[in-house]
Design a binder for this molecule. Structure first.
Ligand code: FE
Length: 237
């Protein structure tokens, strides 16, 4: 059941963004969730629990922040960066990743929860890919860690589909007019990872150094990889 059509059936083309929104978004929560979805209730519950735990002295709020920070900006996105860097450096891995991302990513030790399939979408000079979850906040945790707050925000979720170019501009990304933007709508079952274009002048770089160029946002499609100069003057091998 992993044919191309099905796996790649969730994208919104920029041109047709006035669009039929019938993408079979299969979420664990019930129908009829509006903007005030149960995620808001969940957040309230989490906040209440956190307050209670802190109040009772069971957890140190600073320790919680460190934990979240670790997943948000270190562990998570670094996993994805390793995946992307390997795809840049190793063409057979790149092809495996594009063909069966779940397996290729698992081969590096990053595995998701049951029933979660990863799909990797590759940026090219012709096509830029961007990921959203229009209904809630489905996100590839195993490679990117916790989603950033904006990813879960209603404005991003609606505008990413309606006006992807405008959203990209707000992220400081301006693409050539000729570059098509495809927006992929994540679901509980399918999580997308953007493989950004490898920056110029990185020929012969080892994977570890390539990985340093891969930002979280470049794997969501709201950013681009860093340019080599930004890493400083360390010699490249
Ligand atoms: Fe979702």
């Amino acid at each position: 059941m992993r044919d191309h059509e099905r796996r790649h059936g969730h994208s919104h083309d920029e041109q047709s963004s006035a669009h039929e929104h019938s993408h079979g978004h299969d979420h664990p929560h019930g129908e009829g969730d509006g903007e005030m979805s149960h995620l808001d209730e969940m957040e309230l519950r989490v906040r209440a629990l956190e307050s209670l735990l802190v109040e009772k002295g069971y957890v140190d709020p600073a320790a919680l922040d460190v934990y979240i920070e670790t997943y948000e900006s270190k562990v998570g996105p670094r996993n994805g960066a390793k995946v992307v860097a390997k795809a840049w450096a190793d063409d057979s891995f790149r092809r495996w990743l594009l063909d069966d991302a779940t397996a290729a990513i698992a081969s590096l030790g990053f595995t998701g929860r049951q029933g979660e399939h990863m799909v990797a979408v590759e940026n090219t000079p012709d096509t830029h890919n961007m990921v959203v979850c229009t209904l809630c906040s489905c996100y590839p945790w195993t490679v990117l860690g916790l989603p950033p707050a904006w990813y879960k925000s209603p404005p991003y979720r609606s505008r990413a589909v309606i006006d992807p170019r405008g959203v990209l501009a707000e992220f400081g990304v301006t693409l050539p007019e000729a570059t098509k933007i495809r927006v992929w709508d994540s679901t509980a079952e399918i999580r997308y990872l953007v493989v950004p274009m490898r920056p110029a002048e990185t020929e012969g770089w080892p994977e570890e150094r390539l990985a340093e160029l891969v930002t979280r946002d470049s794997m969501i499609g709201t950013g681009l990889p860093l340019v080599p100069e930004s890493l400083g003057s360390e010699p490249v091998s």
